[in-house]
Design a protein around this ligand. Sequence first.
Ligand code: GDP
Ligand code: MG
Length: 370
Amino acid sequence: MAKPQFYLTAPQTERCILIGVVTPDEKSWQVEINLNELAALAETAGAQVVEKIIQQRPQLDPAYYIGRGKAADIAARVIDQNIDLLIFDNELSSTQIKNLEALIEVKVIDRTALILDIFAAHARTREAKLQVEMAQLSYYLSRLTRQWSHLSRQVGGIGTKGPGETQLETDRRLIRRRMASLKHELDKIEEQDRTQRKKARTNINVAIIGYTNAGKSTLMNALTRAETLVENKLFATLDTTVRRLHLDPDKTVLLSDTVGFIRKLPPTLIASFKTTLAQTVDADILLHVVDISNENFYEHINVVNEILGELGISAKPVLLIMNKVDKINDNNILPKVKSLYPEALFISARKNLRLDRVKAALLEAINSRG
Ligand code: GDP
Ligand code: MG
């Protein structure tokens, strides 16, 4: 079986069109926000966004996702604008991908495949690499299954149980076997980690969390002066970094910088990254970093809180840190946000503004938990 490939490794930058669909149960401003984020993801993956297309539809088209007429329009633009790649904001079935690729004659992927691609490019440790492979296989397997049920529905019956079906079965079995062995290896790593974390239990653990690109790694660096990778890209780091932070002569905490949270994070990834997220789950205190210069920051706060809920840790003590105040030009914004979040700290991690407040608040939080 050929290993599934989701990489966008092209010799030069791929030119892409992003496509979103507004249906009656989705708001158009929401789809616009999603497409902006998809653009950032595409750039992180090394693609150049040439155009964004939003289509209104009463319902999704089972064969083409967008309508066939719209697909034909896009085919013309692909030729005009020399496009290499179409990226859909929502998950496509393998039938839809196949139909679109046949009609438009260009590579078609969806948001999940794009995110998996970025995760694959940014995983550094063995554990992160195994987790990414696991997520890729699980994504691939679900699409094989879907294609399979599509085939049996469309052409099923006598005479169709040919080599195609056997090949699918073989692929599925091989994928399952590989997933089982990955899981075994990941369990072993998790067990080692857990023993190590137990040993380190005398320390107080603080996890920096937040929406991707909020400034988590910058804050980590500013507080600890460590050389963590800082990039203006979504998911610049996948692996957790842990550093010591001295709060006062006799108080030291372990500070960890984790993968950023994001809207529509594929469930397969959340499952695969459980061990990476374990740093967050095990933390005594969370620093929730927010980029208040981003116009969607209220929503980002909600996405992060939702994921904390999914991880079952909504009750942990959280310090809300409003970052990038240096980027706020409008004098009316800060007072408004302050009145909505009276407990929040306002800082600039990049300009080293008010970092002493963060340390003081951490000390206070630690002392008050006794
Ligand atoms: P992370 O994804 O949350 O780890 O975000 P990063 O720490 O990698 O930062 C993302 C981008 O935001 C980088 O380009 C940083 O330089 C920038 N950034 C972080 N903090 C600040 C800040 O306080 N002010 C400004 N203007 N930019 C910041
Ligand atoms: Mg980071």
